[in-house]
Design a protein around this ligand. Structure first.
Ligand code: ATP
Ligand code: MG
Ligand code: MG
Length: 381
C-alpha cells in the first residue's frame, strides 16, 4: 500500500495510524520518542525532533504526503517538507492558528464574531486596554493548550502580574463572556475543496481539560447549528485548509455565537465520531491525505464521549496507581473503550476515552453516568 506521513507521535497520530492501516495504507511517523503512542503502531518511525532538517528529509523521502497531529508543529518544518512532498495543513494555515493574535484577527476578518480582545505585547498595552475587557482572560498567544498559559484577571493590576509571570510573551486579553454552551465543529476539507461537517458536539471542561462531549443534535437550536457550520466552512476556506480541523465556539447567554479557536487537526471533541458516525474524523483525515472522496459524516445515534485521564488510575487511600475496572465499563451496552497505549498513568494525562452510543439519548446518558462513576470522573453529566 501507499505510505502516509505523520508529523507527531501522540494519540491523535495513533488513531490516524489505525484508520489508515484499516484502509490498507502504511504510516511513517516522525517523533523523537522511543515509545510514543503513534510511533509504536506505525509501520515505520523516523526518530527525530520536529524541526530536525535531516529527519524531515528522511520522512519526505518515504512518502508523498505528510500531515500533522499537533498544532505547535514548527511552521518552518511544514515549509521545509513542502519542498519535497505534499504537506497538509500547510505552513501558512498553521502559522495563523498557532498564534492567537493572528488567529483572532483572521477570524474577525472573515466576518465571524470573536470575543472582544486586545493584543498585548507590552505592559503599556495592558495599561491602555479598555475597561470593557475586564474581568478578562489573559492568554499567551502561542503554545497554550488545556487552559495552560492563561490567567483570569479581574483588573489591570492582575493582568500586569499575569503578563509578568508569563515572561512578557505576546498575549491577547479577552473579555470574560457569559457562556451558555461550548460547542465544536469538526470538519474535513479535501484537496478539491469538498467539505464534510460532522454533527456538532457540546463540550464540558474540568480544570481546563475537555471532560465530555455530548452529541444529540436536538439539544442545540437548528439556526445556531447552521450558523456555526457555515462559519466553520468559511474559516476552512479562508485558511485554504486541507485536512481535518476543529473550530471551538461559545454560545452566549443571549444565544449569539462567538468563535474561540481553531485546532488544525482532528480534535478530542471529535472522538465520538469513532463509534457514532458513518466515518470517523481519523478516517476523514486519511481520505483527505490519500486524495480519496470524503466519507459520510452521518450520525448513527446520539453519543457521549468521556475523556479518561491518569487520575482514574489513582487510589487516594494508598497513593498508588492501578488499572481501572475496565470489565465493569465494558459490561455496559453501547460502550467502546479507546486507550492510547501510554506507558505510564499520571494525573492530568490523557490516557484514553470512552464512547457511549445509544439510539435513545437518555439511555446513553444513564450509561455514561455509570462509566463516570466506575472511573471516578469528576464531570457533571
Ligand atoms: P484547548 O485545550 O481547547 O486548546 P486552550 O488552552 O487553547 O484550550 P481556550 O480554548 O482558549 O484555551 O480556553 C479554555 C477554556 O476557557 C474555554 O474552553 C472556556 O471554557 C474558557 N474561556 C476561554 N475564553 C473565554 C472567554 N473569553 N470567556 C469565557 N470563558 C472563556
Ligand atoms: Mg487551544
Ligand atoms: Mg480551546
Amino acid at each position: 500500500g501507499q505510505w502516509l506521513g505523520m508529523l507527531g507521535g501522540g494519540q491523535l497520530g495513533r488513531m490516524f495510524c489505525h484508520a489508515a492501516q484499516s484502509m490498507g495504507y502504511k504510516v511513517v511517523v516522525l517523533d523523537p520518542a522511543q515509545d510514543s503512542p503513534a510511533g509504536t503502531v506505525a509501520e515505520k518511525q523516523v526518530f527525530a525532533a520536529y524541526d530536525d532538517v535531516k529527519g524531515l528529509d528522511e520522512l519526505a523521502a518515504l512518502t508523498r504526503v505528510v500531515t500533522t497531529e499537533f498544532e505547535n508543529v514548527p511552521a518552518a518544518s511544514l515549509k521545509q517538507l513542502s519542498g519535497n512532498c505534499r504537506v497538509s495543513p500547510g505552513a501558512a494555515a498553521v502559522a495563523v492558528v498557532q498564534d492567537r493574535i493572528a488567529e483572532k484577527a483572521f477570524i474577525a476578518a472573515q466576518g465571524i464574531p470573536v470575543a472582544p480582545y486586545s493584543e498585548v505585547r507590552s505592559a503599556a498595552d495592558l495599561e491602555n486596554a479598555g475597561q470593557h475587557l475586564f474581568p478578562g482572560i489573559l492568554k499567551a498567544a502561542r503554545l497554550g493548550y488545556d487552559g495552560k498559559g492563561q490567567a483570569r484577571v479581574a483588573n489591570v493590576q492582575e493582568a500586569l502580574a499575569a503578563f509578568e509571570s508569563f515572561g512578557r510573551v505576546p498575549c491577547v486579553l479577552e473579555a470574560m463572556l457569559p457562556l451558555k454552551e461550548e460547542i465544536s465543529v469538526v470538519m474535513a476539507r479535501g484537496f478539491d475543496g469538498e467539505v464534510a461537517v460532522f454533527p456538532i458536539g457540546q463540550n464540558t471542561h474540568v480544570n481546563g481539560i475537555l471532560a465530555t462531549t455530548v452529541v444529540n443534535p436536538g439539544l442545540i437550536a437548528e439556526n445556531i447549528q447552521h450558523q456555526a457550520k457555515q462559519a466553520a466552512i468559511r474559516i476552512a476556506e479562508g485558511l485554504n485548509y486541507f485536512g481535518v480541523l476543529c473550530i471551538e465556539f461559545f454560545i452566549l447567554e443571549d444565544n449569539s455565537l462567538v468563535a474561540n479557536e481553531v485546532a488544525p487537526r482532528p480534535h478530542n471533541s471529535g472522538h465520538y465520531t469513532m463509534n457514532a458516525c458513518a466515518s470517523s474524523q481519523f478516517e476523514q483525515q486519511v481520505r483527505v491525505m490519500a486524495g480519496m472522496p470524503l466519507g459520510s459524516t452521518q450520525l448513527r445515534a446520539p453519543a457521549i464521549m468521556l475523556n479518561i485521564l491518569g487520575d482514574s488510575w489513582f487510589h487516594p487511600e494508598t497513593g498508588a496507581f492501578a488499572e481501572p475496572a475496565w470489565e465493569k465499563v465494558l459490561a455496559l451496552p453501547g460502550v467502546s473503550l479507546h486507550l492510547y497505549g501510554k506507558s505510564e498513568a499520571r494525573k492530568g494525562r490523557k490516557m484514553g476515552h470512552v464512547n457511549v452510543v445509544n439510539e435513545n439519548f437518555d439511555t446513553a446518558l444513564a450509561h455514561a453516568r455509570q462509566v463516570s462513576e466506575i472511573l471516578n470522573l469528576s464531570q457533571v453529566l
